[in-house]
Design a binder for this molecule. Structure first.
Ligand SMILES: [Zn+2]
Ligand SMILES: [Zn+2]
Length: 341
C-alpha cells in the first residue's frame, strides 16, 4: 500500500502512513493548564467527578485521561508522565500520550502545568456546616462520666469517625460535653446507631434509641435518631454490695463481671441486672499479711495501723498482698489495676 499523502510504501490506515496519519490526527489536544480542585480540609482531589483521597502522583494518569482526552478517531490515550513540583500547588508535567488506531501506533509528547485549586469537598462542606442527622449521647448511670472516661470515649469516637470517613463518608460534625456526659452529632442515623452499639459493648452499658420526625426530604419523611448510651454506674475496681454479697468490679464490657470478695468467684451480669447494687466505700492498697496468734491471716492498715483478719476464703500466704478494706472487713483483691481514680 502507498500513502496517499507522501507516497511511501508500507502499512497504511485510512490510506495514510503512520507518520502522515499522526501529523494529520493528533492523539490529544494538549492544554497549557490542568486544574484540579483540592479539598483544603482533608486533602481530597476531585477526579472525574469524585472526591478521592490518595497520593496525587498515582492519580495523575486518571486526571490526564479526564482532562486531556483522546481525539477521534482515537478511542483511548495512555499517559505516562514525569512530574516536577514547582511549589505546593503547581506541578509541571512532562507527558507522553500514546494510542492506537487500526495498525498505527502514535505517541505525542507535551507539557502541561497541573494546578491544584483550593476547594472544599462535599463531605467537609457538610461537616463545616455542622450538618447532622443522628445524635449519640453518652451518660453514666447515676453519676457523671469521669475525666478518664470522657477522654477514652472521645478518642474512641474519633478513631471510629476517621475510619467511617474512608469507608462510608460518615463523620462527626460536633461534640459537646454536657450534663456530665458527651453528645456527638453525626452524619447519619445508621452511623449513630453503630457508634452507640460499639460504645456500649466496649465500655459496658445499654442503648436506648428514640426517633423524632424532623422534616421531609425528596418526599420522604426524615427522622432524627437519638441513641442514648448509658454506661454502668460502676467502674473497674469499685466495691459493691449486691444481694448481700460484697464484690469488686473486675471487668466492664457488654457484661459487668463481679468478683465475690469472700469466695473469690467471678460472675457476669447484664448492666441492668445490677440496678439494685450499691457502691460500698472501700480502700485498696498493698499491705503486709501476717499471721495472728490463733493462726488466722491478718492485715494491717498502712496508715491507721489497725489490724484485721482477712475475710476472703482463699489460702493466704504471709507476704505482701493487695487488699480491699471496707468499713468493717478486709479482703484480698483480684483487681490488678491501681486503685480507682
Ligand atoms: Zn505518508
Ligand atoms: Zn474534604
Amino acid at each position: 500500500m502507498f500513502c496517499v499523502e507522501c507516497g511511501r510504501e508500507g502499512p497504511t490506515v485510512d490510506g495514510q502512513c503512520a507518520s502522515c496519519f499522526a501529523t494529520r490526527h493528533p492523539l490529544v489536544e494538549p492544554r497549557p493548564h490542568v486544574d484540579v480542585p483540592r479539598c483544603q480540609a482533608c486533602g481530597a482531589f476531585l477526579v472525574a467527578g469524585a472526591w478521592i483521597r490518595g497520593d496525587l502522583d498515582r492519580l495523575i494518569p486518571r486526571i490526564l485521561e479526564e482532562k486531556v482526552p483522546p481525539r477521534a478517531p482515537f478511542r483511548r490515550a495512555d499517559h505516562a508522565h514525569v512530574a516536577h513540583r514547582e511549589d505546593d500547588s503547581n506541578l509541571l508535567l512532562t507527558v507522553t500520550a500514546s494510542g492506537r488506531h487500526g495498525d498505527v501506533e502514535v505517541s505525542q509528547a507535551f507539557r502541561t502545568r497541573l494546578r491544584l485549586k483550593p476547594s472544599l469537598c462535599d463531605v467537609c462542606a457538610k461537616q463545616r456546616s455542622r450538618y447532622f442527622e443522628g445524635i449519640v449521647q453518652v451518660r453514666a448511670e447515676g453519676r457523671e462520666l469521669t475525666p478518664k472516661e470522657i477522654r477514652a470515649v472521645r478518642t474512641f469516637v474519633g478513631a471510629r469517625a476517621d475510619r467511617a470517613r474512608e469507608s462510608s463518608r460518615d463523620f462527626v460534625s460536633r461534640t459537646e460535653e454536657i450534663h456530665g456526659g458527651l453528645d456527638f452529632y453525626v452524619s447519619t442515623n445508621a452511623f449513630a446507631k453503630e457508634l452507640a452499639r460499639d460504645l456500649a459493648s466496649t465500655y459496658g452499658g445499654s442503648v436506648t434509641t428514640t426517633s423524632k420526625l424532623f422534616g421531609q426530604r425528596d418526599g420522604r419523611e426524615v427522622f432524627r435518631v437519638t441513641s442514648l448510651v448509658r454506661l454502668s454506674a460502676f467502674q473497674v475496681g469499685d466495691v459493691v454490695r449486691h444481694k448481700d454479697r460484697v464484690s469488686e468490679v473486675v471487668k466492664i464490657a457488654t457484661f459487668v463481671t463481679l468478683r465475690d470478695l469472700e469466695s473469690g468467684e467471678e460472675r457476669r451480669f447484664k448492666p441492668r441486672d445490677l440496678k439494685a447494687a450499691r457502691r460500698v466505700d472501700a480502700e485498696r492498697f498493698e499491705a503486709d499479711v501476717g499471721v495472728a496468734a490463733d493462726g488466722r491471716a491478718v492485715v494491717r492498715h498502712p496508715e491507721s495501723g489497725a489490724e484485721r483478719p482477712i475475710t476472703s476464703r482463699a489460702t493466704v500466704r504471709p507476704g505482701s498482698a493487695r487488699v480491699v478494706w471496707t468499713a468493717d472487713a478486709a479482703y484480698l483483691s483480684g483487681v490488678r489495676a491501681p486503685s480507682k481514680t
